[in-house]
Ligand binder design. Sequence first.
Ligand SMILES: [Zn+2]
Length: 56
Amino acid sequence: MNAIAKNASSVKSGLAQALMVAVFGIGIVFVAGHLQASALHDAAHDVRHATGFPCH
Ligand SMILES: [Zn+2]
């Protein structure tokens, strides 16, 4: 492997690593947001049932 190819592959793996970190970060944000939304949903759901609001 020559120096140029070596450089190109290390840039590629750095990019892949950055992409993986970004996907991981987005995944955490998505999961946290989803958990928060479902917690809010459950709370609203409980209130709906407690107040006898027709729900399902
Ligand atoms: Zn319900």
